[in-house]
Design a protein around this ligand. Structure first.
Ligand code: APR
Ligand code: ZN
Length: 346
């Protein structure tokens, strides 16, 4: 599908200078104007076009689109809210979010913990936080397994995550994770870790790559990881504010115009350029938000085909899975994977 140059330019802008991760609001990508051609299955829900289209879409309509494969190019955008059921704190939930619990670290303001300038001034708070977030301590929940089912059924075009906990990729302890490790998670080809991950690390001075295992050996005993080549600080490949996003993030230029369904789960849509992706699908493409609150462009610039399932993310996903008729399959998958993880822990 030829991409209009305007969209490519918009995306390059996001990723070139000024395309770094920031949370000051940046120019938003506008969704395309060309109506996307739904397969016959979809017209039963949308009517045969024109004003006979069903006005308000509901969760069961989204389930119908997925179940009948009327939508087969599902793009998913997630944030820290999908991992809170696994015990990983999110960032902005009042009281429980990470940013309300950094008092014990001596930092000027919460976000400084992810800023390079502060990191070089005092890396201790970040590494103390990294130790708390050690991905091997957490397990995927229903939401992660739902994405796995979408992938197994050939419906997942791409999963864009802001999370650094690695729960989308590794259903095993991080220590055995290599770049392409995906024994039972979402394959690397389907996953975009927009804000990086702990799976690998790099010397912040000479850029020598360092395997995740070495880095964790130091972090877990409260030692600042040092580069064996230049003794500079080794920083995990997490994208700090002001740093460029991974090149793979640029795939959004292709994925979002191609998508025929967008699922957004567990994110405040506060951070650019990730948040703007929520407007990068065609305006006729249904967008389903499963989140405690109505957030981002779905709040201040809603579209006619938006579906909003407010409340707990696991409850919302379980409702969708039930409407899809996938409950049994889901339980089997969780049982199998949990057995594997238990086997790991022995
Ligand atoms: N069920 C439903 N929604 C939930 C749940 C839950 N169990 N837990 C949290 N949420 C919602 C919160 O209400 C909030 O709207 O998920 C959202 C999480 O928002 P944030 O804490 O801002 O996390 P996120 O959107 O991932 O943050 C984006 O900000 O500081 C950076 O690096 C950080 O990548 C992160 C980025
Ligand atoms: Zn070095």
């Amino acid at each position: 599908m030829a991409l209009c140059p305007r969209r490519v330019v918009a995306a390059l802008k996001l990723l070139g200078p000024g395309g770094e991760r920031a949370w000051a609001r940046q120019p938003r990508i506008t969704g395309g104007r060309r109506p996307i051609s739904f397969s016959a299955g979809a017209s039963s829900i949308f009517g045969s076009g024109g004003n006979s289209r069903k006005e308000k879409l509901l969760l069961q309509d989204v389930a119908e689109l997925i179940r009948t494969r009327a939508c087969q190019r599902v793009v998913v955008m997630v944030g820290a809210g999908i991992s809170t059921p696994s015990g990983v704190p999110d960032f902005r939930s009042p009281g429980s979010g990470l940013y309300s619990n950094l008092q014990q670290y001596d930092i000027p303001y919460p976000e400084a913990i992810f800023e390079l300038e502060f990191f070089f001034h005092n890396p201790k708070p970040f590494f103390a936080l990294a130790k708390e977030l050690y991905p091997g301590n957490y397990r995927p929940n229903v939401t992660h397994y739902f994405f796995r089912l979408l992938h197994e059924k050939g419906l997942l075009l791409r999963l864009y995550t802001q999370n650094i906990d690695g729960l989308e990729r590794a259903f095993q302890k991080l220590t055995v994770v290599t770049e392409n490790f995906h024994a039972s998670g979402i394959p690397a080809s389907k996953l975009i870790e927009a804000h990086g991950s702990f799976a690998s690390a790099t010397c912040a001075v000479c850029r020598t790559p360092s395997p995740g295992e070495d880095f964790w050996a130091d972090v877990m005993v409260d030692r600042i990881p040092r580069c064996p080549v230049c003794t500079g600080i080794v920083k995990p490949d997490i994208v700090f504010f002001g740093e460029p996003l991974p090149q793979r993030f640029l795939l959004h230029v292709i994925d979002f115009p191609m998508a025929d369904l967008l699922l957004i789960l567990g994110t405040s849509l506060e951070v650019e350029p990730f948040a703007s992706l929520s407007e990068a699908v065609q305006s006729s493409v249904p967008r389903l938000l499963i989140n405690r609150d109505l957030v981002g462009p779905l709040a201040w610039r809603p579209r006619s085909r938006d579906v909003v399932q407010l409340g707990d993310v696991v409850h919302g996903v379980e409702k969708l899975v039930e409407l899809l008729g996938w409950t049994e399959e889901m339980q089997d998958l969780i049982q199998r994977e949990t057995g594997k993880l238990d086997g790991q822990d022995r």
